[in-house]
Write a protein that binds this ligand. Structure first.
Ligand code: AGP
Length: 614
């Protein structure tokens, strides 16, 4: 995902910008760059393909290294190529042909082709394939009319799409101008006054902050060391929304772990503890539209990827504990199929990043049709929190690994806390049941820690044996099915092994043809009304010669054990909570296989942490 950082103040900007870009590195990018303004009316731009380390090398070798080092105003960017290949020429900042305007841009300007054609007809010359360069030309052409802020505002009117960008010009050293539409842009005030930051994410603003604010769609911020003036589309001043600095979640440290992903798997008990600290009320639950929730018969959950799997696991909890009819859908499908949603319906979007374009698009559509829109996210102040009427917050901390791990378990745990709370309010759960579930929720961190400890050795052995396998099948039923889906996603994502996940009862309808002697099959067995049926499904798999690794909860192990070649025991919890500990061995399996194959589990190829592009 692309990242933006800007600084204006009295300190040398370069290290601060690089520090900010490094904080955004975990989101994924393929090139990076900075532009710094000199006091002499010059701008120096340095870009490179690859990591920030490559950019640092290019900066050291640059003929203007000294000017770069002393400049106190600059912008920086990490680019995740979507339009135009990965190259230094397409890396940001982009400028017009004179270099008067430097632009860093996230998102997509959808009408950039048409605008480019008009500019070319006027004589503009382009050096890249990017929409950012189009914006640089537009702003540069309007610069003489009223300065940078007016030029940005006039250009913004011409743009279609979803984007955030920051512009700088050596004509106005000590000033940055930013704007956004549907992509985030935040302002930070440093502690070392006078100084100001701009960035695409709070977590990417370097150094200590004394305060932070959000900019809304089509607003413009004019930043100088002493002030951040926010103006609406007509140029009228507006008061920006203050952001809680707690939202600036720091990322986990790798410490003794092989990777951030492994550190984050290990950190799951504390992520759960933080998220459930106020259980059963849970953070954010108090602000929900209780009247609508208590009266509702139906809830629609929309999400993508791992968050979708969390929604599937949550369905069992919300149906059983809260007595709601729950539908779970993939956001990128749901929003385009004219779903039956009407005023008063409840729609919950789950997105750990809070920025996933399809989930946000789905919620926006639900809101336009009069539904009550709820969001469950890990990032306070993220885009989804602006789309939703009420927000449920997990407190997993920043997840650096591209593979979602600790955010998944906290999402399911928070859905469980919601289901428990709603169940009591709707009279579905009696006092004794509610108390038992509270106890189970409180014990989750310990259960997850024990699940990891129990899984480490058998999973290390399985990873060693299976690291060269060309295909894996994951099976599950009932609450074990979302876990199987998640296990297959993890293996594809970080170990690059083709894998499929199926409801075990569907095996006989086709997929069983995939099995042969020794095919690795991972079965997730949890206590459920269909556990005996799962056992029969596993027997069919065994009869085809497959090698079965069972991930079984204590209550299910007795039923499944003699059909499995190997068993990983998952400590007991309520059967509907079991996806939380049961996913841990599968996260470890994907991680260990990735490492055994010499891959970097933190940064899978072709994947960014956050998917903001539709
Ligand atoms: C999972 O490991 C992935 N990184 C991916 O599937 C992710 O869950 C998906 O892109 C949704 O992200 P979100 O939760 O930030 O919306």
């Amino acid at each position: 995902m692309c990242g933006i950082v800007g600084y204006v103040g009295q300190r040398p900007a370069l290290e601060l910008l690089l520090g900010g870009l490094e904080r955004l590195e975990y989101r994924g990018y393929d090139s990076a760059g900075v532009a710094l303004l000199g006091g002499d009316g010059s701008a120096v731009r340095v870009r490179s393909v690859g990591g920030i380390a490559a950019l640092r090398d290019a900066l050291v070798r640059h003929p203007d290294a000294e000017a770069l080092r002393v400049s106190t105003t600059g912008i920086g960017h990490t680019r995740w190529a979507t339009h135009g290949r990965v190259s230094e020429g397409n890396a940001h900042p982009l400028s017009d042909e004179t270099g008067r305007v430097q632009i860093v841009l996230n998102g997509i300007v959808e009408n950039h082709d048409a605008l480019r054609a008009l500019l070319v007809a006027e004589g503009a010359r382009f050096a890249s394939d990017t929409d950012a360069e189009v914006v640089a030309h537009l702003v540069a052409r309007r610069l003489d009319e009223g300065g940078l802020a007016d030029a940005v505002r006039a250009s913004l009117r011409l743009l279609a799409g979803h984007f955030a960008f920051v512009a700088a010009t050596p004509d106005e050293p000590g000033t940055l101008v930013g704007t956004r539409r549907a992509c985030p842009l935040v302002i930070g005030q440093g502690t070392d006054e006078p100084e100001r930051y701009l960035g695409s994410a709070l977590v990417g603003l370097p150094g200590e902050l004394a305060g932070a604010h959000a900019i809304e769609d089509d607003e413009i911020v004019v930043l100088d060391p002493l002030s951040a003036r926010v103006l609406d589309a007509r140029g009228r001043p507006v008061t920006p929304r203050r952001l809680a600095l707690g939202a600036r979640q720091l990322r986990a440290e790798r410490t003794e772990h092989e990777s951030f992903t492994l550190a984050e798997i290990a950190e799951q008990p504390s992520a759960l503890r933080r998220t459930l600290r106020a259980a059963p009320a849970g953070p954010g639950l108090d602000e929900l539209p209780w009247v609508s929730l208590c009266a509702a018969r139906r809830l629609t959950i929309v999400a993508c990827g791992t968050s979708y799997h969390a929604g599937l696991a949550g369905r069992y909890l919300l149906e059983r504990w809260a007595g709601l009819r729950v539908e779970v859908d993939i956001a990128s499908e749901w929003r385009y199929r004219d779903p039956s949603i009407a005023a008063g319906d409840l729609v919950l979007g789950i997105t750990q990043s809070g920025e996933t374009a399809d989930t946000i698009g789905a919620l926006r559509m639900a809101g336009e049709r009069g539904a009550h829109v709820l969001a469950l996210t890990n990032v306070p102040g993220s885009q989804v929190t602006r789309e939703a009427g009420a927000v449920l917050l997990t407190d997993a901390g920043t997840e650096v690994g591209v593979a979602a791990t600790k955010t998944f378990v906290t999402q399911v745990a928070l859905l469980a806390a919601l289901a428990r709370q709603l169940g009591a309010a709707r009279g579905v759960l009696g006092d004794a049941q509610a108390e038992r579930l509270d106890d189970q929720l409180q014990r989750l961190p310990a259960v997850v820690a024990a699940a990891r400890a129990a899984a480490e050795l058998p999973i290390a052995r399985a990873a060693e044996r299976w690291s060269h396998e060309p295909f894996f099948l994951f099976l599950g039923r009932h609450a074990g099915l979302p876990v199987a889906l998640e296990g297959a996603l993890k293996l594809k994502e970080i170990a690059y092994i083709p894998s499929d996940a199926y409801a075990a009862g569907e095996m006989k309808h086709g997929p069983i043809a995939l099995l042969g002697e020794g095919t690795p099959v991972v079965v997730v067995a949890t206590e459920s009304p269909v556990l005996d049926k799962l056992r029969s499904n596993v027997a069919e798999v065994k009869a085809r010669g497959a090698h079965v690794l069972a991930i079984a909860t204590e209550g299910a192990a007795g039923v499944i054990a003699d059909e499995a070649d190997e068993l990983v025991l998952v400590p007991a919890t309520d059967p509907l909570l079991s996806p939380i500990p049961a996913v841990v061995p599968l996260q470890l399996l994907a991680h260990q296989i990735a490492c055994a194959r010499g891959l970097d589990p933190d940064r899978p190829r072709n994947l960014a942490k956050t998917v903001t592009v539709e």
